[in-house]
Design a protein around this ligand. Structure first.
Ligand SMILES: Nc1ncnc2c1ncn2[C@@H]1O[C@H](COP(=O)(O)OP(=O)(O)O)[C@@H](O)[C@H]1O
Ligand SMILES: [Mg+2]
Length: 511
């Protein structure tokens, strides 16, 4: 910003100085030359008049005398002039007298500056013709003033005064130099001033930007220093007020959410004791349902089922609040992910075949060990598997395990119902279900995937989802092998195709 302001000032300043300088110089030149020309014209008119008087009164018997008179006149006119000037006397073209009087009365180098137009003007009797010329040799500017010298005995002659304007030109050059120098100094001063002024404005703005970015980084108690009572101080005060209210809001939200978490955890804990009692009572009823009337027996069964779901929900809630409170303790051990996945696949196989779903496990060659909390990873995989089986609609479920140097991964893919991209975005939200009214065969609380993702993140890993309506859904869990993180390269594609699963078998160890 500072640079921009200074550049603008520079451009505007240079422009102004140039225009102003040219104008002032023009005015001075006009004034200077005008006075000089006036003076020259007055002087030459006076001298020409006195010369004409002398010539008019001249009486000479012989041409020699006349020539003598002319020489004297030339000398006197040359020395009389107050200003440095040259003199040219020429015989008028229409003068056909045989007395020629111009010998030695003209500086030959000056004759060249008298133009034909000048001579015509003089001959035609124009009062006091004058003209700007370039001086011979130097090329400096000059001025020629013409007049006539009518001799009684020798016909008409022309008299020219040649003045040099070199002095004026020199003065003008000097003035120009002074103007340029002055302009440069002026621009320099203005630039320095602009620089310091913008610095005064820019510095607090930079300070504000720094404080704002620290605030954004979560340092909520960061404030601007308020100095003086100008606009910057107002900005700082307003900024600080904003930060203050932001901090208050955030603190309030934090308190609120802490309270909420406490509430959920307390309620879940409190519910556990009565639930255990209900569970025992229900178990008694369930065990003796044969003795009841059919509808009572059916009720006893329903009660037992719903209490099962209630227990799952409660334990999910407790787990959630434990994770939220940051109280989740991970116990790491080095485990082969393929072993964990194989155990879970075996565990679900029975329930799956009840739904006509075949679960196929594909394990890439090599070992897929990583440091992990085995029960938690097992729970993630169990969640993915039960979801896949539940949504497979009787189709197959493919499970792949592979690894590279940085990470191990498992992909669970079904070819059933699928998910829209919008649903994929929400699938990890708490309590979210694509269709809450959907027939629930294995039952869930809508907390399964959010807990799974939290678990993955506790490991420094990632849980991602993909889905296409009608093509099924795919979930990929990636866990780091070391503390260096997951690396850039994915271990397995997220939307894995059936042939990609079978390709793994080709290299894979038999399992
Ligand atoms: N493989 C899948 N195919 C289609 N939808 C799925 C799949 N897995 C999960 N979902 C959707 O995500 C929702 C949330 O899953 P989850 O968190 O495990 O909760 P729950 O299984 O208890 O409903 C499910 O209700 C379902 O709508
Ligand atoms: Mg589930």
């Amino acid at each position: 910003m500072q640079l921009r302001v200074v550049t603008t000032v520079l451009v505007v300043g240079v422009g102004t100085v140039l225009v102003l300088g040219a104008f002032v110089l023009g005015q001075i030149r006009d004034g200077l030359i005008e006075t000089r020309v006036d003076r020259i014209l007055a002087e030459s008119a006076r001298d020409a008049a006195s010369a004409t008087d002398l010539v008019g009164a001249a009486t000479a018997a012989t041409p020699g005398d006349l020539q003598q008179f002319m020489n004297n006149l030339y000398e006197s006119l040359r020395t009389v002039g107050g200003e440095s000037r040259g003199l040219v006397i020429l015989q008028a073209p229409q003068n056909d007298s045989d007395v020629i009087l111009t010998a030695g009365v003209s500086s030959p180098e000056l004759v060249g500056v008298i133009t034909p137009e000048m001579r015509t003007a003089v001959d035609e009797g124009v009062a006091q013709p004058w003209q700007y010329v370039a001086m011979p040799g130097t090329g400096e500017p000059g001025l020629v003033v013409g007049s006539t010298l009518p001799f009684r005995d020798a016909g008409d002659y022309e008299l020219y005064f040649v003045y040099s304007l070199a002095d004026e030109q020199q003065t003008l050059g000097l003035i120009q130099q002074v103007l340029i120098g002055g302009g440069l100094v002026l621009i320099g001063l203005v630039l320095i001033q602009t620089w310091t002024v913008t610095l005064q404005v820019v510095r607090p703005v930079r300070h504000a930007a720094k404080v704002a970015s620290r605030l954004a980084d979560g340092l909520l108690s960061e404030r601007m220093t308020v100095r003086g009572a100008d606009e910057m101080a107002t900005l700082a005060t307003t900024f600080n007020d904003m930060a203050e209210s932001l901090q208050r809001q955030i603190t309030r939200m934090e308190d609120l959410s802490r309270l909420q978490r406490r509430f959920v955890s307390d309620v879940s804990h409190e519910l556990r004791t009565p639930l255990t009692t209900i569970r025992m009572a229900s178990d008694v009823l369930h065990d003796r349902r044969e003795e009841f009337a059919p509808e009572v027996a059916r009720s006893a069964e329903l009660l037992a089922n719903q209490i099962d779901r209630f227990e799952v929900l409660l334990s999910d809630l407790l787990e959630m609040s434990r994770i939220d409170a940051g109280a989740a303790q991970l116990e790491f051990e080095t485990v082969d992910l393929a072993d964990v996945v194989e155990d879970e696949v075996e565990a679900i196989r029975h329930a799956a075949s009840g739904l006509g779903v075949e679960v196929r496990l594909h394990v890439a060659a090599g070992r897929h060990t990583a440091s992990m909390d085995r029960p938690r990873v097992g729970r993630i995989v169990r969640n993915l598997l039960s979801n896949a089986v539940e949504h497979a609609q009787g189709g197959a479920v493919d499970v792949a395990v592979a690894s590279h140097q940085r990470a191990v991964a498992v992909v669970v893919r079904d070819y059933g119902l699928g998910l829209t991209p919008a649903q994929v975005d929400r699938v990890f939200d708490r309590f979210w279900r694509a269709d809450a009214a959907r027939a629930r065969t294995m039952g869930g609380t809508g907390l399964g995937l959010s807990i799974a993702r939290e678990d993955a993140q506790l490991h420094g890993g990632r849980l991602e989802a993909w889905g296409q309506p009608g093509e099924g859904a795919s979930f990929r869990l990636t866990l780091p092998r070391t503390a260096r993180g997951l690396g850039q390269q994915p271990v397995l594609p997220l939307a894995m195709r059936a042939d990609e699963f079978t390709a793994l078998d080709g290299h894979g160890a038999a399992r």
